[in-house]
Design a protein around this ligand. Sequence first.
Ligand SMILES: NC(=O)C1=CN([C@@H]2O[C@H](COP(=O)(O)OP(=O)(O)OC[C@H]3O[C@@H](n4cnc5c(N)ncnc54)[C@H](O)[C@@H]3O)[C@@H](O)[C@H]2O)C=CC1
Ligand SMILES: C[C@H](O)[C@@H]1OC(=O)[C@H](O)[C@@H]1O
Length: 253
Amino acid sequence: MLLENKVVLVTGASAGIGRAVAIGCARHGADVAINFGRDTAGAAAAVAAIEALGRKAVAIQGDVAEPATARAFVEGAVAALGRVDVFVNNAGICPFHAFLDMPAETFERTMRVNMHGAYFMVQAAANQMVKQGDGGSIIAMSSISALVGGEYQTHYTPTKAGVLSLMQSCAIALGKHGIRCNALLPGTILTDINKDDLADTGKRTYMEKRIPLGRLGEPDDLVGPTVFLASDLARYVTGASMLVDGGMFVNLQ
Ligand SMILES: NC(=O)C1=CN([C@@H]2O[C@H](COP(=O)(O)OP(=O)(O)OC[C@H]3O[C@@H](n4cnc5c(N)ncnc54)[C@H](O)[C@@H]3O)[C@@H](O)[C@H]2O)C=CC1
Ligand SMILES: C[C@H](O)[C@@H]1OC(=O)[C@H](O)[C@@H]1O
């Protein structure tokens, strides 16, 4: 198994991509600590699914927008599972809104959750890995939106570009410690984050038509790429980014 004896931490793992990735890593042999915001039932379901696979799991509540959450999550995970081998920064929000009347609070909250949250979480995980002294793998859930814009995502796309950039700089800062840092760039994956947006059937059909593989993504589509980057198969991969979008980005005409 690719992640045998590894401890994986995933933020925002009570639903969507984070939950799929947490359970997927357990399927490949990892013990898993999940951070979650408010969804206690979703977090409990993720823990139960991981334990049903014969792996250890712990769920730790905390708002990633608060810098103190990062240290508490890493410390709680180490207390429960012993160490941190892989850190997946996944928690994120995208409250769709037009640019010209974007409320300052919506802009600031999106920045704090997606960008500040990623920064302090990655920093806390990296410090633990440096302390352990035998490297690690950090993976950030960026987005196709790091590379292209969105009319109702002017507050969101800069955070995804920021997270991609964070992985590039951290790859340099942490390479000497044997810590690899990479970004995954999902396309459009059906989750709660875009449920309302894609309830517009015209928009959903348009998005589907843009995808050469012919369908929107599902959370499990991110498991393979995450497990690969987490595993020793990717031992010489750092500072890299991988689109997981069914080919949407390259589909000009
Ligand atoms: N669904 C998609 O099409 C795409 C999603 N992404 C990214 O993937 C990541 C996961 O999103 P999805 O699974 O799609 O959405 P989701 O809405 O299903 O999941 C987001 C998760 O983050 C958690 N979360 C939100 N704010 C939090 C906070 N302040 N503290 C702790 N946890 C918090 C939520 O509780 C939830 O578990 C996000 O970073 C998103 O930007 C990137 C590209 C495409
Ligand atoms: C929320 C969006 O539907 C989703 O998130 C992203 O990062 C991409 O823009 C997807 O379409």
